[in-house]
Design a protein around this ligand. Structure first.
Ligand code: PLP
Length: 385
């Protein structure tokens, strides 16, 4: 073996490298067992699925930590569980969380509806205003959170100022990097302390596993693991095995999704039935320059504003034949959904518009299909709008 660091695809396939042994399985089997025989009288931690320490759970966590450049990681039952456990690991009653205003609707509801019960207050900041971060940090601020790229507007947050302020004040920085995956962006390389990712999305990539993961220092991950055990939210071994398999093709899939996302965004920006295209790879995107510096790829997520509002958007969605109208994203199959009825349901049209999500906004997740076929499907559907 040469001494240089293995590439991301090699890590995604193999995890930590080591010599092969005769007769060992090339693929780690699923250990479909909730419990393991323990040595009588031994003090050593017993293996139990809810503890998150079975062979499949440990293998996938190790692989993901290597991909993020983190000391350690732990998988939990969903992206929401990862967000909840990560924050509860670093915040205590009386603490303040300073969060970006541009976040996934589920995360916003978790902060607004649940954190108060734990005595944690939340202040929201427009993340493109560097001074706003500094102003928002008070003496009791213990953590800062942002998501990037943002669901569903595809805005990109610059970590530079936030990292600097967090370091000065000794505050933990948590970043939800779901839309990027470690192929397009690795927050720890930019100074984040904790990475939160919905494994349901790019990591697994096949729309058949719900999972979440937290990566960071060993001490943070030990605390997240302790909480996940107590709150019963670790990921089961079978899902961990499926995720491990999905992750083997992570780089290949994401590269293709980056290419498909860009092709669709470029095509859509010329289409007369589309009022606006939100994609960081387009020069017209407000964060294009930042995204070009920060990201290794612009991603497979594209925001399309269909002219004619929700009625026109619905006509468009009904006519699609390859792209499926379904929530979630980042799988090999292309999906599309309307934030007004999913992630941002319950908000007024005005409030959504103020967040950059006008009526008629559809969020497209490019899969790995042939780009020309996807564009033909979108063109045909738009013809009937
Ligand atoms: C950016 C982001 N974070 C977290 C989540 C939550 O993930 P999960 O659905 O796996 O709980 C989502 C889900 O859409 C998301 O888009």
């Amino acid at each position: 073996m040469n001494d240089s660091q293995p590439g991301r695809s090699t890590v995604a396939v193999h995890g930590p490298l080591g010599r092969h042994h005769p007769n060992e399985p090339v693929v780690q089997p699923v250990f479909q067992s909730t419990t393991y025989v323990a040595e009588v009288g031994a003090e050593r931690e017993v293996l139990y699925e809810r503890y998150g320490n079975t062979p499949n759970q440990l293998a996938v966590a190790r692989k993901y930590a290597l991909l993020e450049g983190a000391e350690a990681a732990v998988f939990v039952a969903s992206g929401m569980a990862a967000t909840a456990m990560a924050h509860l690991a670093v915040l205590r009653p009386g603490d303040r969380l300073v969060a970006s205003r541009w976040i996934y609707g589920g995360t916003r509801r978790l902060f607004d509806e649940e954190f108060g019960r734990f005595g944690i207050s939340v202040t929201y900041v427009d993340p493109d205003q560097p001074r706003a971060w500094r102003k928002a940090l008070t003496r009791n601020t213990r953590a800062v959170f942002f998501e990037s790229p943002v669901n569903p507007t595809m805005r990109v947050v610059d970590p530079k100022t936030v990292v600097q302020i967090c370091r000065e004040q000794g505050v933990a920085l948590l970043v939800d990097s779901t839309f990027a995956s470690p192929i397009n962006f690795r927050p720890i390389e930019h100074g984040a302390d904790v990475v939160i990712t919905s494994g349901t999305k790019y990591l697994n990539g096949h729309s058949d596993v719900t999972a979440g993961v937290v990566a960071g220092t060993q001490s943070v991950i030990d605390e997240v693991t302790r909480l996940a055990r107590l709150w019963g939210s670790t990921l089961n071994s079978h899902s961990a095995w499926l995720l491990d398999r999905g992750m083997k093709t992570l780089e290949l899939r994401v590269e293709r999704q980056n290419a498909n996302g860009l092709a669709i965004a470029q095509w859509a920006s010329q289409h007369p039935a589309i009022a606006a295209v939100h994609y960081p790879g387009l020069p017209s995107h407000p964060d294009h320059e930042l995204a070009s510096r920060l990201l290794s790829g612009f991603g497979g997520m594209v925001g399309l504003v269909i002219k004619g509002g929700p009625e026109a958007a619905e006509r468009f969605l009904r006519r699609l034949e390859i792209v499926a109208h379904a929530p979630s994203l980042a799988g090999v199959e292309s999906l599309v959904s309307e934030p007004r009825l999913t992630s941002h349901k319950g908000m007024s049209a005005e409030a959504r518009a103020a967040m950059g999500i006008p009526d008629g906004y559809v969020r497209l997740s490019a899969g790995i299909e042939n780009a020309a076929d996807l564009i033909a499907d979108l063109r045909h559907a738009l013809d009937g709008v």
